[in-house]
Design a protein around this ligand. Sequence first.
Ligand code: 16G
Ligand code: ZN
Length: 531
Amino acid sequence: MSPFEDVYEESKFHPKLEGLLLPYGTAGFRSNANHLDHIMFRMGLLAVLRSQNTKATIGVMVTASHNPEEDNGVKIIDPMGEMMSTSWEGYATQLANAEQEDLIDALKEIIEKEAIDLSLEAKVFLGKDTRKSGVKLSEAVISGVSALGGHSKDFGLVTTPQLHYAVRCQNTKGKYGEPSVEGYNKKLSAAFIQLTNNAFNCTDDQKHLSVDGANGIGALKLREIECHLKKSAHITLFNDGSKRKLNDQCGADFVKVHQKAPIGIEINPGERGCSFDGDADRIVYYYTDSQRRFHLLDGDKIATLISIFLKELLTQSGLNLTMAVVQTAYANGSSTDYLRDTLKVTVQCSKTGVKYLQEMAQKFDIGVYFEANGHGTVVFSKSAEDQIHQLAEDPSANDEAKRAARMLQSSVNVINQTIGDAISDMLLIEAILAIKGMTIQQWHAIYTDLPNRQIKVKVADRRVIDTTDAERRAVSPAGLQEAIDSLVKRHKKARSFVRPSGTEDVVRIYAEAETQESADALAHEVSLAVY
Ligand code: 16G
Ligand code: ZN
Protein backbone atom coordinates (compact mmCIF):
# COMPACT_ATOMS: atom_id res chain seq x y z
CA MET A 1 0.00 0.00 0.00
CA SER A 2 1.16 3.57 -0.64
CA PRO A 3 1.55 5.72 2.48
CA PHE A 4 -1.49 7.68 1.42
CA GLU A 5 -3.66 4.56 1.38
CA ASP A 6 -2.43 3.76 4.90
CA VAL A 7 -3.27 7.25 6.03
CA TYR A 8 -6.66 7.11 4.39
CA GLU A 9 -7.56 3.76 5.96
CA GLU A 10 -6.27 4.74 9.40
CA SER A 11 -8.00 8.14 9.29
CA LYS A 12 -11.35 6.32 9.28
CA PHE A 13 -10.68 5.45 12.92
CA HIS A 14 -10.22 9.15 13.68
CA PRO A 15 -13.14 10.74 11.88
CA LYS A 16 -13.68 14.46 11.84
CA LEU A 17 -17.03 15.86 12.92
CA GLU A 18 -18.41 17.46 9.78
CA GLY A 19 -18.27 21.23 9.84
CA LEU A 20 -16.09 21.43 12.98
CA LEU A 21 -13.47 24.13 12.48
CA LEU A 22 -10.62 24.80 14.87
CA PRO A 23 -7.64 27.14 14.37
CA TYR A 24 -4.03 26.48 15.36
CA GLY A 25 -3.81 29.49 17.70
CA THR A 26 -1.07 31.00 19.85
CA ALA A 27 -1.06 27.89 21.99
CA GLY A 28 -1.79 25.30 19.28
CA PHE A 29 -5.22 23.63 19.18
CA ARG A 30 -7.35 23.76 22.29
CA SER A 31 -10.93 22.62 22.77
CA ASN A 32 -13.18 20.20 24.60
CA ALA A 33 -11.31 16.87 24.60
CA ASN A 34 -14.19 15.14 22.78
CA HIS A 35 -13.52 17.23 19.67
CA LEU A 36 -9.88 16.47 19.32
CA ASP A 37 -9.30 12.87 18.24
CA HIS A 38 -9.03 13.67 14.51
CA ILE A 39 -6.87 16.71 15.29
CA MET A 40 -4.41 14.52 17.19
CA PHE A 41 -4.20 11.96 14.40
CA ARG A 42 -3.60 14.70 11.88
CA MET A 43 -0.99 16.45 14.04
CA GLY A 44 0.81 13.11 14.10
CA LEU A 45 0.85 13.30 10.29
CA LEU A 46 2.00 16.89 10.30
CA ALA A 47 4.76 16.18 12.80
CA VAL A 48 6.14 13.53 10.41
CA LEU A 49 6.19 16.06 7.56
CA ARG A 50 7.79 18.70 9.76
CA SER A 51 10.43 16.18 10.84
CA GLN A 52 11.21 15.30 7.21
CA ASN A 53 11.20 18.97 6.31
CA THR A 54 13.68 19.95 9.05
CA LYS A 55 15.56 16.62 9.05
CA ALA A 56 15.25 16.64 12.83
CA THR A 57 13.19 15.30 15.71
CA ILE A 58 9.92 17.15 16.29
CA GLY A 59 7.85 17.27 19.49
CA VAL A 60 4.11 16.89 19.99
CA MET A 61 2.73 17.89 23.38
CA VAL A 62 -0.82 16.96 24.35
CA THR A 63 -1.98 19.56 26.87
CA ALA A 64 -4.50 22.32 27.45
CA SER A 65 -2.38 24.10 30.05
CA HIS A 66 -4.57 26.12 32.44
CA ASN A 67 -7.91 25.16 30.83
CA PRO A 68 -10.30 22.95 32.81
CA GLU A 69 -9.75 19.18 33.01
CA GLU A 70 -12.42 18.52 30.34
CA ASP A 71 -10.42 20.35 27.68
CA ASN A 72 -7.32 19.23 25.93
CA GLY A 73 -5.06 20.47 23.18
CA VAL A 74 -1.89 19.95 21.22
CA LYS A 75 1.14 21.95 20.21
CA ILE A 76 4.05 21.10 17.97
CA ILE A 77 7.66 21.74 18.97
CA ASP A 78 10.34 22.64 16.43
CA PRO A 79 13.91 21.21 16.42
CA MET A 80 15.57 23.65 18.82
CA GLY A 81 12.75 23.20 21.31
CA GLU A 82 10.96 26.33 20.15
CA MET A 83 7.30 26.68 19.15
CA MET A 84 6.51 25.50 15.62
CA SER A 85 7.37 28.10 12.99
CA THR A 86 4.46 30.43 12.20
CA SER A 87 4.80 29.51 8.52
CA TRP A 88 3.57 25.99 9.38
CA GLU A 89 0.65 27.03 11.57
CA GLY A 90 -1.47 27.55 8.46
CA TYR A 91 -0.75 23.97 7.39
CA ALA A 92 -1.81 22.72 10.80
CA THR A 93 -5.11 24.56 10.47
CA GLN A 94 -5.67 23.33 6.89
CA LEU A 95 -4.94 19.74 7.76
CA ALA A 96 -7.04 19.80 10.92
CA ASN A 97 -10.06 21.25 9.17
CA ALA A 98 -10.06 19.29 5.89
CA GLU A 99 -13.20 17.19 5.65
CA GLN A 100 -12.57 13.45 5.74
CA GLU A 101 -12.63 12.97 1.96
CA ASP A 102 -10.25 15.91 1.38
CA LEU A 103 -7.63 14.83 3.91
CA ILE A 104 -5.23 13.20 1.43
CA ASP A 105 -5.39 16.19 -0.92
CA ALA A 106 -4.67 18.52 1.99
CA LEU A 107 -1.68 16.36 2.94
CA LYS A 108 -0.38 16.25 -0.63
CA GLU A 109 -0.65 20.01 -0.91
CA ILE A 110 1.71 20.52 2.04
CA ILE A 111 4.13 17.89 0.71
CA GLU A 112 4.22 19.63 -2.64
CA LYS A 113 4.53 23.16 -1.31
CA GLU A 114 7.41 22.23 0.99
CA ALA A 115 8.96 19.74 -1.47
CA ILE A 116 9.05 17.08 1.23
CA ASP A 117 10.88 13.81 0.61
CA LEU A 118 8.64 11.16 2.14
CA SER A 119 11.40 8.59 2.04
CA LEU A 120 13.36 10.43 4.77
CA GLU A 121 13.27 9.11 8.30
CA ALA A 122 10.90 10.94 10.63
CA LYS A 123 11.17 11.05 14.39
CA VAL A 124 8.59 12.45 16.79
CA PHE A 125 8.82 12.91 20.58
CA LEU A 126 5.48 12.80 22.35
CA GLY A 127 4.35 13.94 25.78
CA LYS A 128 1.15 14.61 27.69
CA ASP A 129 -0.08 16.30 30.83
CA THR A 130 -2.21 14.57 33.49
CA ARG A 131 -5.61 15.01 31.81
CA LYS A 132 -7.43 11.68 31.56
CA SER A 133 -8.27 12.29 27.92
CA GLY A 134 -4.54 12.55 27.18
CA VAL A 135 -4.13 8.78 27.09
CA LYS A 136 -6.41 8.18 24.12
CA LEU A 137 -5.49 11.42 22.43
CA SER A 138 -1.79 10.67 22.47
CA GLU A 139 -2.53 7.23 21.02
CA ALA A 140 -4.23 9.06 18.17
CA VAL A 141 -1.05 11.11 17.62
CA ILE A 142 0.99 7.90 17.54
CA SER A 143 -1.29 6.35 14.91
CA GLY A 144 -0.90 9.47 12.80
CA VAL A 145 2.88 9.26 13.05
CA SER A 146 2.95 5.54 12.14
CA ALA A 147 0.42 5.91 9.32
CA LEU A 148 2.94 8.12 7.50
CA GLY A 149 5.82 5.81 8.37
CA GLY A 150 7.37 7.92 11.15
CA HIS A 151 8.82 6.73 14.45
CA SER A 152 7.54 8.04 17.73
CA LYS A 153 9.00 8.01 21.19
CA ASP A 154 6.44 8.44 23.93
CA PHE A 155 7.72 10.26 27.01
CA GLY A 156 4.37 9.75 28.73
CA LEU A 157 3.62 12.22 31.50
CA VAL A 158 5.92 15.24 31.21
CA THR A 159 5.64 18.99 31.64
CA THR A 160 5.48 20.98 28.41
CA PRO A 161 8.94 22.49 29.02
CA GLN A 162 10.43 19.04 29.68
CA LEU A 163 9.36 17.92 26.23
CA HIS A 164 10.74 21.12 24.66
CA TYR A 165 13.99 20.41 26.48
CA ALA A 166 14.15 16.78 25.29
CA VAL A 167 13.62 17.81 21.66
CA ARG A 168 16.47 20.32 21.85
CA CYS A 169 18.80 17.81 23.54
CA GLN A 170 18.06 15.24 20.86
CA ASN A 171 18.73 17.61 17.97
CA THR A 172 21.92 19.06 19.43
CA LYS A 173 23.37 15.61 19.99
CA GLY A 174 23.50 15.89 23.76
CA LYS A 175 25.20 19.33 23.84
CA TYR A 176 22.19 20.74 25.67
CA GLY A 177 21.88 17.71 27.96
CA GLU A 178 20.45 14.20 27.91
CA PRO A 179 17.04 13.93 26.20
CA SER A 180 15.19 12.47 29.17
CA VAL A 181 13.41 13.63 32.31
CA GLU A 182 16.24 12.12 34.32
CA GLY A 183 18.73 14.18 32.26
CA TYR A 184 16.65 17.30 32.85
CA ASN A 185 16.48 16.65 36.60
CA LYS A 186 20.22 16.06 36.83
CA LYS A 187 21.21 19.10 34.79
CA LEU A 188 18.93 21.58 36.55
CA SER A 189 19.51 20.29 40.06
CA ALA A 190 23.30 20.22 39.67
CA ALA A 191 23.26 23.82 38.43
CA PHE A 192 20.94 24.85 41.27
CA ILE A 193 23.18 23.25 43.91
CA GLN A 194 26.22 24.98 42.42
CA LEU A 195 24.46 28.31 42.32
CA THR A 196 23.19 28.09 45.90
CA ASN A 197 26.68 27.26 47.15
CA ASN A 198 27.05 31.04 46.87
CA ALA A 199 24.26 31.59 49.39
CA PHE A 200 26.41 31.58 52.48
CA ASN A 201 24.07 32.49 55.29
CA CYS A 202 20.79 31.08 54.09
CA THR A 203 18.85 29.35 56.86
CA ASP A 204 16.33 26.53 56.39
CA ASP A 205 13.54 28.98 57.19
CA GLN A 206 14.66 31.31 54.44
CA LYS A 207 14.81 28.38 52.05
CA HIS A 208 11.22 27.36 52.67
CA LEU A 209 8.81 27.64 49.74
CA SER A 210 5.20 26.48 49.40
CA VAL A 211 4.30 25.33 45.90
CA ASP A 212 0.82 25.03 44.40
CA GLY A 213 1.16 22.31 41.77
CA ALA A 214 -2.27 23.14 40.22
CA ASN A 215 -3.14 19.44 40.72
CA GLY A 216 -1.26 18.73 37.55
CA ILE A 217 1.89 17.45 35.95
CA GLY A 218 4.08 20.12 37.59
CA ALA A 219 3.35 18.60 41.00
CA LEU A 220 4.40 15.14 39.83
CA LYS A 221 7.58 16.37 38.24
CA LEU A 222 8.50 18.63 41.14
CA ARG A 223 8.43 15.54 43.38
CA GLU A 224 10.89 13.85 41.03
CA ILE A 225 13.40 16.68 40.84
CA GLU A 226 13.12 17.33 44.59
CA CYS A 227 15.00 14.09 45.28
CA HIS A 228 17.98 15.54 43.40
CA LEU A 229 17.92 18.91 45.15
CA LYS A 230 18.89 17.46 48.51
CA LYS A 231 19.18 20.04 51.27
CA SER A 232 19.59 23.04 48.96
CA ALA A 233 15.84 23.53 48.75
CA HIS A 234 13.05 23.22 51.25
CA ILE A 235 9.77 22.77 49.42
CA THR A 236 6.26 21.95 50.65
CA LEU A 237 4.01 20.86 47.83
CA PHE A 238 0.25 21.52 47.83
CA ASN A 239 -2.37 20.68 45.22
CA ASP A 240 -0.51 17.59 44.09
CA GLY A 241 -3.55 16.11 42.36
CA SER A 242 -4.45 13.66 45.09
CA LYS A 243 -7.53 15.54 46.29
CA ARG A 244 -8.90 17.94 43.73
CA LYS A 245 -9.23 18.48 40.02
CA LEU A 246 -6.62 20.00 37.73
CA ASN A 247 -6.58 23.83 37.75
CA ASP A 248 -9.66 23.88 39.96
CA GLN A 249 -9.43 27.19 41.85
CA CYS A 250 -5.68 26.89 41.81
CA GLY A 251 -2.71 27.27 39.51
CA ALA A 252 -0.88 30.29 38.09
CA ASP A 253 -3.70 31.43 35.84
CA PHE A 254 -6.30 31.35 38.64
CA VAL A 255 -4.01 33.29 40.96
CA LYS A 256 -3.15 35.91 38.34
CA VAL A 257 -6.73 36.41 37.17
CA HIS A 258 -8.36 36.45 40.63
CA GLN A 259 -5.43 38.11 42.42
CA LYS A 260 -5.85 35.76 45.34
CA ALA A 261 -4.19 32.68 46.81
CA PRO A 262 -5.25 29.31 45.42
CA ILE A 263 -7.34 27.05 47.58
CA GLY A 264 -5.58 24.08 49.14
CA ILE A 265 -2.39 25.92 50.09
CA GLU A 266 -1.42 26.84 53.63
CA ILE A 267 1.04 29.69 54.00
CA ASN A 268 1.71 31.80 57.04
CA PRO A 269 1.71 35.58 56.62
CA GLY A 270 5.00 36.77 55.23
CA GLU A 271 6.02 33.39 53.77
CA ARG A 272 6.43 32.88 50.07
CA GLY A 273 4.37 30.68 47.84
CA CYS A 274 4.22 30.06 44.13
CA SER A 275 1.79 28.51 41.68
CA PHE A 276 2.50 26.51 38.53
CA ASP A 277 -0.07 26.23 35.77
CA GLY A 278 -1.53 22.98 34.38
CA ASP A 279 1.43 22.08 32.19
CA ALA A 280 4.08 23.83 34.30
CA ASP A 281 5.25 26.42 31.79
CA ARG A 282 4.05 29.37 33.88
CA ILE A 283 4.76 30.49 37.43
CA VAL A 284 3.74 33.33 39.74
CA TYR A 285 4.82 34.07 43.31
CA TYR A 286 2.87 35.63 46.20
CA TYR A 287 2.59 36.23 49.93
CA THR A 288 0.07 37.65 52.35
CA ASP A 289 1.10 40.35 54.80
CA SER A 290 0.28 40.61 58.51
CA GLN A 291 -3.08 42.19 57.63
CA ARG A 292 -3.83 39.19 55.40
CA ARG A 293 -3.56 41.32 52.28
CA PHE A 294 -2.51 39.31 49.26
CA HIS A 295 0.47 40.43 47.16
CA LEU A 296 1.18 38.97 43.75
CA LEU A 297 4.63 38.84 42.15
CA ASP A 298 3.87 38.21 38.51
CA GLY A 299 5.97 37.74 35.38
CA ASP A 300 7.04 41.41 35.43
CA LYS A 301 8.38 41.11 38.98
CA ILE A 302 10.12 37.86 38.03
CA ALA A 303 11.72 39.43 34.95
CA THR A 304 12.92 42.32 37.11
CA LEU A 305 14.49 40.08 39.77
CA ILE A 306 16.26 37.95 37.18
CA SER A 307 17.46 41.02 35.26
CA ILE A 308 18.89 42.65 38.38
CA PHE A 309 20.79 39.45 39.17
CA LEU A 310 22.14 38.89 35.66
CA LYS A 311 23.08 42.53 35.19
CA GLU A 312 25.08 42.55 38.44
CA LEU A 313 26.92 39.40 37.42
CA LEU A 314 27.62 40.86 34.00
CA THR A 315 29.11 43.99 35.55
CA GLN A 316 31.24 41.97 37.97
CA SER A 317 32.44 39.69 35.18
CA GLY A 318 33.47 42.60 32.99
CA LEU A 319 32.04 40.78 29.97
CA ASN A 320 30.74 43.03 27.26
CA LEU A 321 27.43 41.42 26.36
CA THR A 322 24.18 42.99 25.20
CA MET A 323 21.17 42.43 27.42
CA ALA A 324 17.49 43.23 27.04
CA VAL A 325 14.17 42.53 28.68
CA VAL A 326 11.25 41.73 26.40
CA GLN A 327 7.74 42.36 27.70
CA THR A 328 4.27 42.63 26.19
CA ALA A 329 1.74 45.47 26.33
CA TYR A 330 0.35 43.85 29.51
CA ALA A 331 3.55 44.59 31.43
CA ASN A 332 2.84 46.91 34.31
CA GLY A 333 4.02 50.44 33.48
CA SER A 334 5.97 50.59 36.74
CA SER A 335 8.03 47.54 35.79
CA THR A 336 8.92 49.04 32.43
CA ASP A 337 9.92 52.34 34.07
CA TYR A 338 12.04 50.55 36.68
CA LEU A 339 13.85 48.39 34.13
CA ARG A 340 14.52 51.25 31.74
CA ASP A 341 15.14 54.19 34.08
CA THR A 342 16.60 52.63 37.23
CA LEU A 343 18.21 49.38 36.10
CA LYS A 344 19.06 50.95 32.74
CA VAL A 345 18.54 47.89 30.58
CA THR A 346 17.07 47.86 27.09
CA VAL A 347 13.34 47.11 27.23
CA GLN A 348 11.41 45.94 24.19
CA CYS A 349 7.72 45.31 23.70
CA SER A 350 6.45 42.36 21.70
CA LYS A 351 3.10 40.99 20.61
CA THR A 352 1.45 38.54 23.02
CA GLY A 353 2.53 34.90 22.60
CA VAL A 354 5.76 33.27 23.62
CA LYS A 355 7.13 32.79 20.13
CA TYR A 356 7.09 36.53 19.48
CA LEU A 357 8.80 37.36 22.74
CA GLN A 358 11.40 34.69 22.19
CA GLU A 359 12.19 35.91 18.69
CA MET A 360 12.84 39.41 20.00
CA ALA A 361 14.88 38.18 22.98
CA GLN A 362 17.14 36.14 20.69
CA LYS A 363 18.47 39.35 19.12
CA PHE A 364 20.54 40.00 22.24
CA ASP A 365 23.38 38.13 23.97
CA ILE A 366 21.15 37.82 27.01
CA GLY A 367 17.43 38.14 26.42
CA VAL A 368 15.11 37.98 29.42
CA TYR A 369 11.51 37.61 28.31
CA PHE A 370 8.37 37.31 30.42
CA GLU A 371 4.68 37.82 29.95
CA ALA A 372 2.93 39.38 32.96
CA ASN A 373 1.03 36.08 33.34
CA GLY A 374 4.25 34.34 34.41
CA HIS A 375 5.34 32.73 31.17
CA GLY A 376 8.97 33.38 30.37
CA THR A 377 12.63 32.49 30.53
CA VAL A 378 16.07 33.76 29.49
CA VAL A 379 17.90 33.03 26.25
CA PHE A 380 21.66 33.30 25.73
CA SER A 381 23.44 33.68 22.40
CA LYS A 382 26.05 31.07 21.49
CA SER A 383 28.74 33.72 21.73
CA ALA A 384 27.54 34.76 25.21
CA GLU A 385 27.69 31.16 26.41
CA ASP A 386 31.18 30.73 24.95
CA GLN A 387 32.50 33.92 26.54
CA ILE A 388 31.01 33.04 29.92
CA HIS A 389 32.53 29.58 29.73
CA GLN A 390 35.97 30.88 28.74
CA LEU A 391 36.08 33.40 31.54
CA ALA A 392 34.94 30.83 34.11
CA GLU A 393 37.89 28.65 33.10
CA ASP A 394 40.44 31.43 32.59
CA PRO A 395 43.35 30.97 35.06
CA SER A 396 44.48 34.56 34.59
CA ALA A 397 41.10 36.16 35.34
CA ASN A 398 40.65 37.95 38.68
CA ASP A 399 38.64 36.25 41.40
CA GLU A 400 35.60 38.51 41.25
CA ALA A 401 35.25 38.17 37.48
CA LYS A 402 35.71 34.43 37.63
CA ARG A 403 33.20 33.96 40.41
CA ALA A 404 30.66 36.04 38.46
CA ALA A 405 31.33 34.00 35.31
CA ARG A 406 30.84 30.75 37.23
CA MET A 407 27.56 31.99 38.62
CA LEU A 408 26.49 33.04 35.14
CA GLN A 409 27.42 29.58 33.91
CA SER A 410 25.31 27.90 36.59
CA SER A 411 22.46 30.27 35.74
CA VAL A 412 22.67 29.25 32.09
CA ASN A 413 22.43 25.62 33.15
CA VAL A 414 19.53 26.03 35.55
CA ILE A 415 17.52 27.93 32.91
CA ASN A 416 15.43 26.07 30.35
CA GLN A 417 16.12 28.26 27.35
CA THR A 418 13.66 26.51 25.07
CA ILE A 419 10.48 27.91 26.65
CA GLY A 420 9.05 29.29 29.91
CA ASP A 421 9.40 26.60 32.58
CA ALA A 422 7.84 26.81 36.05
CA ILE A 423 10.32 24.39 37.66
CA SER A 424 13.39 25.97 36.09
CA ASP A 425 12.17 29.55 36.78
CA MET A 426 11.39 28.56 40.36
CA LEU A 427 14.90 27.17 40.89
CA LEU A 428 16.49 30.30 39.46
CA ILE A 429 14.32 32.62 41.59
CA GLU A 430 14.95 30.57 44.74
CA ALA A 431 18.68 30.67 44.07
CA ILE A 432 18.66 34.44 43.51
CA LEU A 433 16.69 35.12 46.71
CA ALA A 434 19.03 32.86 48.67
CA ILE A 435 22.21 34.40 47.24
CA LYS A 436 20.97 37.94 47.80
CA GLY A 437 19.50 37.09 51.19
CA MET A 438 16.36 38.80 49.93
CA THR A 439 12.87 38.27 51.35
CA ILE A 440 9.79 38.17 49.16
CA GLN A 441 8.72 41.49 50.71
CA GLN A 442 12.00 43.11 49.65
CA TRP A 443 11.60 41.68 46.18
CA HIS A 444 8.04 42.97 46.00
CA ALA A 445 9.13 46.44 47.11
CA ILE A 446 11.57 46.92 44.22
CA TYR A 447 8.82 48.85 42.48
CA THR A 448 5.11 49.37 43.13
CA ASP A 449 2.67 48.10 40.52
CA LEU A 450 0.27 50.62 39.03
CA PRO A 451 -3.33 49.55 39.73
CA ASN A 452 -4.73 47.81 36.68
CA ARG A 453 -7.76 46.01 35.36
CA GLN A 454 -8.25 43.45 32.64
CA ILE A 455 -11.65 42.67 31.20
CA LYS A 456 -12.93 40.78 28.20
CA VAL A 457 -15.90 41.59 26.01
CA LYS A 458 -17.75 39.54 23.45
CA VAL A 459 -18.26 41.30 20.13
CA ALA A 460 -19.90 40.16 16.92
CA ASP A 461 -16.54 39.68 15.19
CA ARG A 462 -13.32 40.23 17.09
CA ARG A 463 -11.33 40.26 13.85
CA VAL A 464 -12.54 43.79 13.05
CA ILE A 465 -10.00 44.93 15.64
CA ASP A 466 -6.56 45.17 14.17
CA THR A 467 -3.59 46.41 16.16
CA THR A 468 -0.10 47.72 15.59
CA ASP A 469 2.91 48.75 17.71
CA ALA A 470 3.02 45.41 19.59
CA GLU A 471 -0.74 45.53 20.14
CA ARG A 472 -0.55 48.87 21.92
CA ARG A 473 -2.56 50.77 19.28
CA ALA A 474 -5.67 49.84 17.33
CA VAL A 475 -5.61 50.65 13.60
CA SER A 476 -9.16 49.44 12.99
CA PRO A 477 -12.07 49.95 13.34
CA ALA A 478 -11.66 53.61 12.38
CA GLY A 479 -11.96 55.99 15.30
CA LEU A 480 -11.41 53.43 18.07
CA GLN A 481 -7.85 54.47 18.91
CA GLU A 482 -8.83 58.16 18.98
CA ALA A 483 -11.65 57.28 21.38
CA ILE A 484 -9.24 55.34 23.64
CA ASP A 485 -6.73 58.22 23.55
CA SER A 486 -9.30 60.72 24.73
CA LEU A 487 -10.54 58.41 27.51
CA VAL A 488 -6.98 57.80 28.71
CA LYS A 489 -6.40 61.57 28.95
CA ARG A 490 -9.10 61.85 31.61
CA HIS A 491 -7.13 59.67 34.04
CA LYS A 492 -3.78 60.16 35.73
CA LYS A 493 -0.79 57.93 34.84
CA ALA A 494 -3.16 56.02 32.60
CA ARG A 495 -2.69 53.64 29.72
CA SER A 496 -5.11 51.35 27.94
CA PHE A 497 -5.27 49.08 24.91
CA VAL A 498 -7.57 46.56 23.26
CA ARG A 499 -6.62 43.41 21.36
CA PRO A 500 -8.45 40.45 19.94
CA SER A 501 -7.68 37.29 21.93
CA GLY A 502 -5.70 34.59 20.14
CA THR A 503 -7.23 31.81 22.23
CA GLU A 504 -10.86 32.80 22.95
CA ASP A 505 -13.61 34.45 20.97
CA VAL A 506 -13.34 37.73 22.88
CA VAL A 507 -11.68 41.14 22.81
CA ARG A 508 -9.40 41.87 25.75
CA ILE A 509 -9.12 45.27 27.36
CA TYR A 510 -6.30 46.38 29.63
CA ALA A 511 -6.22 49.58 31.63
CA GLU A 512 -3.88 50.92 34.25
CA ALA A 513 -3.97 54.19 36.16
CA GLU A 514 -2.92 55.93 39.35
CA THR A 515 -5.75 54.44 41.44
CA GLN A 516 -7.73 51.20 41.23
CA GLU A 517 -10.99 53.17 40.83
CA SER A 518 -9.49 55.02 37.91
CA ALA A 519 -8.17 51.83 36.26
CA ASP A 520 -11.57 50.13 36.68
CA ALA A 521 -13.42 53.13 35.28
CA LEU A 522 -11.06 53.41 32.31
CA ALA A 523 -11.39 49.71 31.45
CA HIS A 524 -15.16 50.06 31.56
CA GLU A 525 -15.17 53.22 29.43
CA VAL A 526 -12.91 51.61 26.83
CA SER A 527 -15.15 48.53 26.73
CA LEU A 528 -18.06 50.78 25.78
CA ALA A 529 -15.99 52.28 22.98
CA VAL A 530 -15.31 48.79 21.58
CA TYR A 531 -18.97 47.97 20.92
C1 16G B 1 -1.25 31.54 24.72
C2 16G B 1 0.21 31.85 24.83
C3 16G B 1 0.46 32.76 26.01
C4 16G B 1 -0.39 34.00 25.90
C5 16G B 1 -1.83 33.64 25.71
C6 16G B 1 -2.63 34.87 25.37
C7 16G B 1 2.09 30.43 24.30
C8 16G B 1 2.77 29.14 24.59
N1 16G B 1 0.98 30.64 25.00
O1 16G B 1 -1.70 30.79 25.81
O2 16G B 1 1.81 33.08 26.02
O3 16G B 1 -0.25 34.81 27.02
O4 16G B 1 -1.96 32.75 24.63
O5 16G B 1 -3.96 34.52 25.19
O6 16G B 1 2.51 31.21 23.48
P1 16G B 1 -4.97 35.51 24.53
O7 16G B 1 -4.52 35.78 23.11
O8 16G B 1 -6.28 34.80 24.61
O9 16G B 1 -4.97 36.76 25.35
ZN1 ZN C 1 0.79 26.46 30.35
